[in-house]
Design a binder for this molecule. Structure first.
Ligand code: FAD
Length: 401
């Protein structure tokens, strides 16, 4: 095994990996981030919930992209299933729980650009644009080999290498995975009416159709569909697709103009059986994948990044091994409940939409009715949605590492 080149190596330069690398470097841990460019442009947006925004501000990232983000002050859920048991419309307002906004929606390309800019200013963080071909955990350090022929070793490897994670495999961690019969189409659009800082999630029998505000008279759309319908819509030109979107959104945003760039994501749920082992800690989609309902996926990934930054920094300050068993066990414990409950809730919500079973549809309608009518229940859900009580790493509370 070659000499140790850094204390930590982060594999993967997506939003979760960049955040983990910045957090580690902020904790004075010598870090190398190795990331290859993604195959396709990411035209998705992320609704960053309040805790994530606080963490990014604490890490010095938020100031670099705040102008490109739009506040989410109101979230509406509209039952558009046309079924017998239809739920009432539910409206969540941030000011009801004393917040100016639940969070902010930003295009992933702007978020990643801000993270990259911040990462390049940190002296303890080196970025290598390359692909990791192999990861070998060892007793005192772990090694990675790169496509350029070089090798690096460190005490801790952070696997932020997405759904098909090489790091997860190298750590010997299994994954429970399930595909849904759904595809998400994503795009950004302009509209003639203002969104009033309101995101609207129409629940349809094939999944949610969600419009989320962007700065100005623009919004992002995540449209979850049956794969055959997604194929049909994908063949539409921009004008035809704009008409379909206007129809599906009941014209709430007026006339629609579709912007360049469409994404297509088959929906899956996946959860690593452990989040760390053998000097490797998993963050982001290397650890968990959930359907895009309720804006949870990357928010979970940012909490992973903040948590591994926190545990590794504490060990580093105490002069302990940052990739040792104590750090990995503590990280796993910190993330287990948060990821488990969010995955379960999102999965259940999705399934209640897909089912034809009347009692389940009725229960879903009743649940939303109760949320609409019972203020304390609604407020508890809003607080839990924005900031999980089970897992609030220091950065999410605005405390530096
Ligand atoms: C339609 C849709 C909408 C969504 N909306 C939201 C939302 O509103 N809010 C929210 O919180 N989440 C949302 N999500 C989830 C969110 O997009 C993901 O959680 C997030 O993009 C995952 O980031 P990541 O950094 O973990 O992975 P990725 O973005 O996949 O990054 C992994 C990186 O690792 C690199 N890589 C892979 N292998 C290697 C290797 N061997 N060597 C070097 N580099 C490697 C890849 O090139 C890539 O850059 C949504 C997801 C979908 C599908």
């Amino acid at each position: 095994m070659p000499d140790k080149n850094a204390s930590a190596i982060v594999v993967g330069g997506g939003p979760a990996g960049l955040t983990a690398a910045i957090a580690l470097a902020a904790g004075s841990i010598e870090t190398v981030l190795v990331g290859k460019r993604p195959a396709a442009n990411d035209n998705r947006t992320t609704a960053l919930l309040a805790g994530s925004v606080t963490a990014l501000a604490t890490l010095g990232v938020w100031d670099l992209c705040t102008d490109q983000a739009a506040p989410l002050r109101v979230m509406r859920i509209v039952d558009d299933t046309g079924r017998l048991w239809r739920a009432p419309e539910v409206k969540f307002e941030a000011n009801e729980i004393g917040l100016e906004a639940f969070g902010y929606n930003i295009e992933n390309r702007h978020l990643v650009a801000a993270l990259e800019r911040r990462a390049r200013t940190l002296s303890g963080l080196r970025i290598v644009e390359d692909e990791v071909l192999n990861v070998v955990p060892g007793e005192r350090a772990a090694a990675v080999s790169l496509r350029n022929g070089s090798a690096l070793t460190a005490e801790l490897i952070v696997g932020a290498d997405g759904r098909r994670s090489l790091c997860r495999e190298a750590a010997g961690i299994g994954i429970d995975e399930q595909a849904y019969p759904q595809v998400a189409l994503t795009l950004c659009l302009k509209h003639s009416r203002p969104h009033r800082d309101t995101s609207t999630e129409f629940h349809t029998p094939s999944g949610p159709f969600t419009l989320v505000p962007l700065p100005g008279q623009r919004s992002s759309l995540v449209w979850v569909l049956d794969p055959a319908d997604a194929d049909a819509l994908s063949s539409f030109d921009d004008a035809e697709l704009a008409d379909e979107i206007e129809r599906a959104s009941h014209s709430i945003l007026g006339k629609i103009e579709v912007e360049h760039g469409r994404g297509r994501f088959p929906l899956t749920r996946a959860s690593a059986r452990r989040f760390a082992a053998n000097r490797i800690a998993l963050v982001g989609e290397a650890a968990h994948v959930i359907p895009p309902i309720g804006a949870q996926g990357l928010n979970l990934g940012l909490r992973d990044a903040a948590a591994i930054g926190e545990r590794a920094t504490a060990a580093h300050r105490a002069g302990h091994d940052i990739g040792g068993i104590n750090v990995l066990v503590a990280y796993n414990r910190m993330r287990r409940a948060d990821v488990g409950t969010r995955t379960l809730v999102v999965d259940l919500l999705n399934r209640t939409l897909l089912t034809d079973f009347l009692p389940v549809q009725g229960a879903r309608g009743l649940g939303l009715y109760l949320i609409d009518r019972i203020g304390p229940l609604r407020r508890t859900l809003m607080r839990e949605g924005v900031a999980s009580t089970a897992a609030q790493p220091r950065l999410m509370r605005g405390d530096a590492l």
